[in-house]
Design a protein around this ligand. Structure first.
Ligand code: ADE
Length: 241
């Protein structure tokens, strides 16, 4: 995936030089290109924003620098999705992320202060998303969330290909608790099933924990989950510890 990002704060994207997004870049499946909106000022005073018409507090990003930077980023490419993170967008889900991971090229527009001039949004923005029902100070953090979630699904990025598929939300149940060495820590023992070496028992224990966690923590997901006969059996099985 090639991702062009238009932002007032390109340095914030240095966080993608770490961990999984860095691995994706090294593997050649993620190409991040940053464009500083300040390189496209409206006038010789370097203005990229101005007061909103109508007299509210805050600042609005000018349409012209946004258009100039977008056209430069597109380099004549047609049909590239222009994505604007904004609290008004639909909340991003794992299934959206999976779809975005199939898209070869995108542009992310990071708004700041009060937002971007509506006429630029009208002319160019093709998609919007929100990362949650709260207001961030700009689109950078939301774009970072988006890019982190997408890059880990790009082909060849996660060492064990299966590990993305067993994530919470890959199916509408939460995951299960995980443990590593030692077997006893602070008097707390790793569950017997995980030490049993019995693959069927381990699978059943994990499934039971998924059911329990989802029931306790996410009643909305629990309601949407269709229980199988085996699910009911696992919930009632008191030997599965
Ligand atoms: N920009 C500001 N707040 C946001 C949010 N919650 N999601 C996406 N972009 C944003």
């Amino acid at each position: 995936m090639r991702a062009d990002v238009i932002t007032l704060f390109p340095d914030m994207f240095r966080t993608l030089e770490h961990s999984i997004p860095a691995k994706a870049a090294k593997a050649g499946v993620f190409d991040l290109r940053l464009h500083n909106l300040r390189d496209f000022p409206l006038n010789r005073y370097g203005a990229v924003d101005d007061y909103p018409y109508g007299g509210e507090p805050g600042m609005v990003l000018h349409a012209q620098p946004l258009e100039d930077s977008l056209l430069k980023a597109l380099e004549g490419r047609q049909g590239v999705p222009v994505v604007y993170p904004h609290p008004h967008g639909k909340t991003l889900t794992q299934s959206d992320v999976r779809e975005w991971a199939e898209v070869p090229e995108i542009v992310l527009i990071c708004g700041h202060y009060k937002g971007i001039d509506e006429r630029f949004r009208y002319e160019y923005v093709t998609h919007e998303f929100s990362v949650g029902d709260y207001v961030l100070s700009g689109g950078e953090m939301a774009s970072l969330v988006f890019l982190d979630a997408v890059t880990r699904l790009l082909p060849g990025v996660l060492g064990d290909e299966g590990s993305a598929r067993t994530d919470s939300f890959e199916e509408p149940l939460l995951g299960w608790p995980v443990y590593t060495r030692p077997e006893v820590w602070n008097g707390l023992k790793v569950p017997d099933a995980l030490l049993s070496g019995n693959h069927d028992r381990i699978r059943k224990w994990k499934r039971k924990q998924q059911l329990l966690w989802t029931m306790e923590r996410r009643p909305d997901l629990w309601k949407a989950h269709e229980m199988t006969k085996e699910d009911w059996k696992l919930l009632e099985d008191e030997t599965l510890t």
